[in-house]
Ligand binder design. Structure first.
Ligand code: SF4
Ligand code: SF4
Length: 454
């Protein structure tokens, strides 16, 4: 006989937060999944109603409820639209955590998720070993052989996507290459801790170097604790929220020893997660106050630079033009200003309310043409591992994004999160656009005269 499944144990969704929803429906037009299905249960309001029904005991935590919770992108666009300030992201994550631990799952499902979220993501050097194998796959030429052989066409579309998704030319993870402390250029104005995100360090070391360059140019001594662990964002999003406090305590201990004035990140998802440590540990007597101090110091790089009085004015000139070119970053001569647009990572705009700062930093670069991207606040479909777990839906959402990008036809498409960078690079490649995707710090650093960002 099947056992009835209800919420229990840790991470039961806070009922007070559930009750904050007044069911006004103002979030509905902003929800990408609702826009695809037009079904109430795929909307923020519908998902909160499901969580409430389970909490009230009117509904079991069924497979259908679990499916709907995972169908959500956790993009938080609903939070920006909600007049009642409902923390939908938290409710979804807590609901997934419950579903993960209280509901039965197949052995294979359990094994894959445990491997990912109980083994790989909780200790970044293990992720780096996987990255080493991916690098080997590229460097030995095996990738080219596989791609030319046509063997990939025998696999389901999602496998082909995973193969194509990884950018060429992977470098060593930045953690292996960078110094633990880098002095300020000129007079030191602050001591800044740089949070080395797993995905940024593995896939986009050059962008992290650009971030460090911008900080040192701005009079910051940059401290990079290499022992840092994952911020916890992928775990919270995939039903392993209960593992995040361990990571949070470790990272708090680590940064406390560095005695820094700020903790800066160039990953939107990391920034969101680090700022939520205060909420996550608020009931822990040893860590509540320390988590509050930690989170209060966290800044996204664009948030930091936009308000930092020692950030030098960009020189611009011809320099950013060297960044234009098809995907690979090949230079070309333009007889017009470089056309730039910006796609807003959900975890920057919706989860942290940071939108004006990156726009103002980009618009301040002399000699460029900045064009607003229509629906730049709409998710690109990356959403952690959503593009793998919900491949077809993710591609529909990416299509809408790419249609908007084609309308603008930028030389450079700028964003600020590793998942978005990978997803947008894939979209640009699929449509064969003459657009290069880059992280905001690559462009800002190049506009300062640096050559790190190519
Ligand atoms: S989540 Fe917010 S916007 Fe959506 S129905 Fe509830 S109160 Fe309204
Ligand atoms: S987080 Fe995004 S996908 Fe999920 S309910 Fe809110 S708007 Fe919809």
């Amino acid at each position: 006989m099947n056992r009835a499944v209800h919420f229990q144990g840790v991470d039961v969704p806070d009922y007070e937060k559930v009750l904050n929803c007044m069911r006004c429906g103002m979030c509905l037009p902003h929800c990408p999944t609702y826009s695809l299905t037009r079904i109430e249960r795929s909307s923020p309001r519908g998902r909160i109603a499901l969580i409430r029904a389970v909490a009230d005991g009117r509904l079991e935590l069924t497979q259908g409820v679990e499916k709907e919770l995972y169908f959500c992108l956790d993009c938080r666009a609903c939070e920006s639209a909600c007049p009642a300030g409902v923390h939908v992201g938290y409710l979804i994550e807590a609901g997934r955590s419950q579903a993960e631990r209280c509901r039965p799952h197949s052995f294979l499902d359990r094994a894959i998720k445990n491997l990912l979220f109980n083994y790989l993501f909780v200790y970044t050097p293990r992720l780096e070993r996987i990255a080493f194998l991916m690098r080997l796959y590229q460097k030995t030429g095996l990738r080219k052989v596989v791609q030319k052989s046509g063997i990939l066409s025998l696999f389901p579309a999602v496998f082909r996507f995973m193969e194509e998704f990884t950018p060429d030319g992977m470098e060593l993870p930045l953690r292996r290459l960078v110094a633990e402390e880098i002095p300020a250029q000129g007079e030191e104005k602050a001591r800044v801790g740089f949070f080395l995100g797993c995905m940024m360090s593995i896939f986009f070391g050059r962008c992290c170097r650009a971030t460090i360059d911008l900080l040192t140019r701005s009079g910051c001594r940059v401290v990079i604790p290499k022992a840092v662990l994952c911020c916890g964002a992928p775990l919270a999003s995939e039903g392993y929220r209960h593992r995040v406090p361990d990571l949070a305590r470790f990272n708090i201990d680590l940064f406390e020893k560095q005695n820094v004035d700020y903790i800066v990140t160039d990953c939107a998802a990391c920034g969101c997660s680090l700022k939520e440590y205060r909420e996550l540990l608020k009931d822990n007597p040893q860590y509540a106050e320390r988590a509050e101090h930690f989170s209060a110091k966290v800044r996204d790089i664009s948030e930091f630079l936009a308000s930092w009085p020692h950030y030098p004015k960009p020189v611009g000139g011809q320099m950013p033009e060297k960044m234009a070119g098809r995907g690979s970053g090949d230079g070309r001569n333009l007889n017009r200003p470089l056309r730039i647009t910006y796609d807003q990572p959900c975890h920057l705009q919706h989860a942290q309310g940071i939108s004006k700062q990156p726009h103002s930093l980009l618009k301040a670069i002399p000699g460029i043409e900045f064009v607003d991207l229509p629906e730049s606040d709409w998710c690109c479909g990356s959403a952690g591992v959503y593009n793998i777990t919900h491949y077809e839906t993710s591609m529909k959402i990416l299509d809408r994004k790419m249609d908007n990008i084609e309308k603008v036809a930028p030389d450079l498409l700028v964003t600020a999160n590793p998942g978005c960078l990978l997803q947008l690079q894939y979209g640009v490649k699929k449509r064969n656009l003459d657009t290069r995707v880059c992280h905001i710090t690559e462009l800002l650093s190049t506009a300062q005269g640096n050559t790190i960002g190519r």
